[in-house]
Each structure stands twice: as C-alpha cells, then as structure tokens.
Design a protein around this ligand. Structure first.
Ligand code: GDP
Ligand code: MN
Length: 389
C-alpha cells in the first residue's frame, strides 16, 4: 500500500525526522488559509498523488503569496497528473500539500528497501539527489552508496558515518544525519514498510530536512498497522485491482485484449507467456487461487469482463486439489450467470479432466475446448484477432 507524501511526512514528524511545516488542502481557499497559517514569504504547493516525478510534470509549484497558493491549488485540484511513473491516464489530484518553502543548498538521496537476495534492509544514499535515481544508477552507479543492515545488530553508527561521509557531509551534519538515518530505520521496521525514500533530503541553511517522502507499506502487515491501513486512498488505485483484492483474487491489469483466468501464479505467468508467444497480448494477470469455487469463478468472470478491451477469454485451470468436473460446472454456471458474449477458450487438466471436458461440450454454450496449453493459446489468439477485425 502506498502513502501520500503528507502522510509519510506525518510519520516522519512522529519519529523526529525534520520536515518543512505543512498543511494538506482540498480546496483553493484551504490552500490560501494553509499558507497564511504556516506564515513566511515562500510556499510550495504539491499535488498529492501516488507517484514521483511530480516536479517535472507541473505538480510542484513554488509561490510567493497565499493568493498564488490558491491559484496553484485551483490549477491542480480536480485534474489528473501524468508523470513518468503514472502511465498515460495519470492519477487524480484530490488534495494538495502546502508547505513552507525551503532554501536548497544541496539535494541528497536516501532510501531504505528490502534486499531479498541478502535478506537485509539496504540503506541507499547518493549525493546526486533530486533526480531520477534510476538514471543515476544506470549512468553513474559509482555515485550510489549502499550498506546492508544486519537484522540482529540493526543500523550501526559506523554505517551511518560511511553514508554521511559518502554524501559529503561534515561536522554537526554527520551527527544530524545519524539521528535521521536511525529514525528512518526505526520507522521502516515499526511501520512494516517495504520501501522508504527521501528524494531529496536537502541541506537548507546548514540543516538537513526531508523535502520529499515516499513510503510503501507491506500489504501483508496491514492487519497490525490499523492506523496506517485507514489512510488508504482508493482513488489512487486501479479500481479493478481493488475489486479483486476484496474477493481475494490476485489481479493485475495489463494493456492487451485477451483476458486470462488461471489457478496458480506460476501457471498464470506461463499462460501469459504463451499468449504472447502466439502473437496475442494478455489483458490481465489473474490467479483465482487453489480453491477455485463456483463463486470465485463467477467473480473472476465479472472482473475480467469489466475491462472493455477484452475480446476473448482463456480459462486455464489445473485440477489438483479441486476436481475438473466441479470446475467445469463452475465455468458453465458462471458463463450463464454473467452472460458472457465473447469467445471463451477453456483448457482444463488434472483430476476428472475427461468428465469436465464432457460437461463443457454438452453445455450448449459457445465454449471452445482446448487439448493442451499451446492449443488453447493459439485458439484464443485466433478468436481475439477475429473479433478485432
Ligand atoms: P517529485 O518530483 O514528485 O519527486 O517531488 P519533490 O517533492 O521531490 O519535488 C521536486 C523538486 O521540486 C525538488 O527536487 C526540488 O528541487 C523542488 N522543490 C520542492 N520543494 C521545494 C522548496 O520548498 N523550495 C525549493 N527551492 N524547491 C523545492
Ligand atoms: Mn522527489
């Protein structure tokens, strides 16, 4: 689950990590009022969307008066912001964050991320902050410093110094950096984050300040992160992925036109590969799970059919724990209930596969049976192509 910048900064404040004074606003008037309340002579108005790259996309505006803050908010609120991280549709801007403007001497980069290879949290830092870190990593990897944090010892003071000196910090800033680094690591662990990024961490009038904040929370830990879980902003999420999560289906939208319904994540990946191999494009990844009951199959059909790009459906089920004849019944009733009007190609294999195929053949429904996975992929690609013409 992703957090907004203002939510991440709220957590930063709790952990004693310095952030600019800020207020969230949902209307231009609120933005002006926020600027007045914050005080000073410079403010920044920032679009709150679940994506980075806002600066380059017009989602971060520096202003000199509360009236200008209102004007900047009016331009953003109700619009969609498209950045290099959002995809072409962009994300809706429902809130802006108004902050006291900072004077920037240096822009640094720091992040914490789980390194699955080493089983440790990696602390990553770079003096090349404020830019796309992927670009820095690709073109000047020597500018990136990494330390692995051993789970038993935690972040060590010497590691903080390695990072601080690597960032070109000296004197009091080294101690300041250590306090911030330790607080970030504590927050990362206690809030079950999977990613925490500060880009940029700035040096402003000699002091370190987190100017931007991005936190992703591990979904599987949300049961013990009640407060943070309530901060979820569904407007920033794919509505279909959200509906799928409610039915415990693993669904990811893709941009092709062949919907897939598969049990097992590995089989789902293989199915998408085969569709591609035969010249088609999958519309989604969908794992209905091991217990593919009639209800779940029905929900899954509803879900994939709500994508208007879909021209054909490939159902690929391996009957291991569940029997194929039961799955066939599920498919038949789901196709009837939902009123599926596009071609459905079904490949079922495993326990009672013969009986299952017989049920499908005798159902009177326009379901094409496939003998194996390659056959299924070829048939569904052909069916989709035919409807595309
Ligand atoms: P992102 O583009 O979505 O990552 O948004 P950021 O919060 O990182 O802001 C983008 C850039 O805007 C930063 O790298 C800064 O260069 C600039 N910026 C943001 N806030 C301020 C501020 O208070 N003062 C100044 N001078 N620049 C700012
Ligand atoms: Mn940033």
């Amino acid at each position: 689950m992703n957090l907004h910048e203002y939510q991440s900064k709220q957590l930063f404040s709790r952990y004693g990590i310095p952030v600019p004074v800020g207020e969230v606003a949902s209307t231009p008037d609120e933005a002006a009022a926020a600027a007045r309340k914050i005080g000073g002579t410079k403010w920044v108005v920032k679009a709150q969307v679940h994506a980075g790259g806002r600066g380059k996309a017009g989602g971060v505006k520096l202003v000199d008066s509360p009236e200008e803050a209102a004007k900047a908010a009016r331009k953003m609120l109700g619009e969609r912001l498209t950045t290099h991280q959002t995809g072409p549709e962009g994300l809706p801007i429902n809130q802006v964050f108004v902050e006291s403007g900072s004077k920037i001497d240096r822009e640094l980069y720091v992040s914490l991320v789980l390194n699955r290879e080493t089983g440790q949290v990696s602390f990553i830092a770079s003096a090349a902050g404020g830019m796309d870190i992927e670009e820095v990593a690709a073109h000047t990897p020597e500018k990136i410093i990494r330390v692995g944090i051993h789970p038993a010892t935690g972040l060590q003071p010497f590691q903080c110094r390695v990072l601080a000196y690597g960032l070109g910090l000296a004197g009091d800033q080294v101690r300041e950096f250590q306090a911030i680094a330790e607080a970030l690591y504590k927050l990362y662990l206690e809030c079950d984050a999977s990613l925490l990024e500060v880009n940029p961490l700035i040096v402003s009038e000699g002091k370190l300040v987190a100017l931007d904040a991005k936190i992703n929370i591990e979904d599987n830990a949300l049961f013990r992160q009640k407060e943070i879980g309530d901060w979820r902003d569904a407007s920033q999420e794919d509505p279909m992925e959200r509906a799928a999560a409610e039915h415990e289906l693993n669904y990811v939208s893709l941009d092709g036109d062949i919907a897939c319904m598969v049990n097992g994540a590995g089989l789902a990946m293989a199915t998408m590969d085969l569709i591609k191999l035969h010249g088609g494009a999958p519309a989604n990844f969908l794992d209905v799970g091991g217990g593919a009951t009639r209800e779940r199959v029905t929900e899954a059909f509803n879900l994939i059919l709500s994508n208007t790009r879909v021209r054909a459906i490939l159902v690929n089920i391996f009957g291991g724990i569940v029997r194929c004849d039961m799955i066939a019944e599920g498919i038949i009733s789901a196709v009837k209930d939902v009123g599926v009007k596009i071609p459905v190609v079904v490949r079922i294999e495993g326990t009672n596969a013969e009986q299952g195929r017989k049920l499908l053949a005798e159902s009177g429904l326009a379901i094409t049976a496939a003998s194996d996975l390659t056959d299924a992929a070829k048939k569904v690609v052909a069916a989709a192509a035919k409807r595309g013409r």
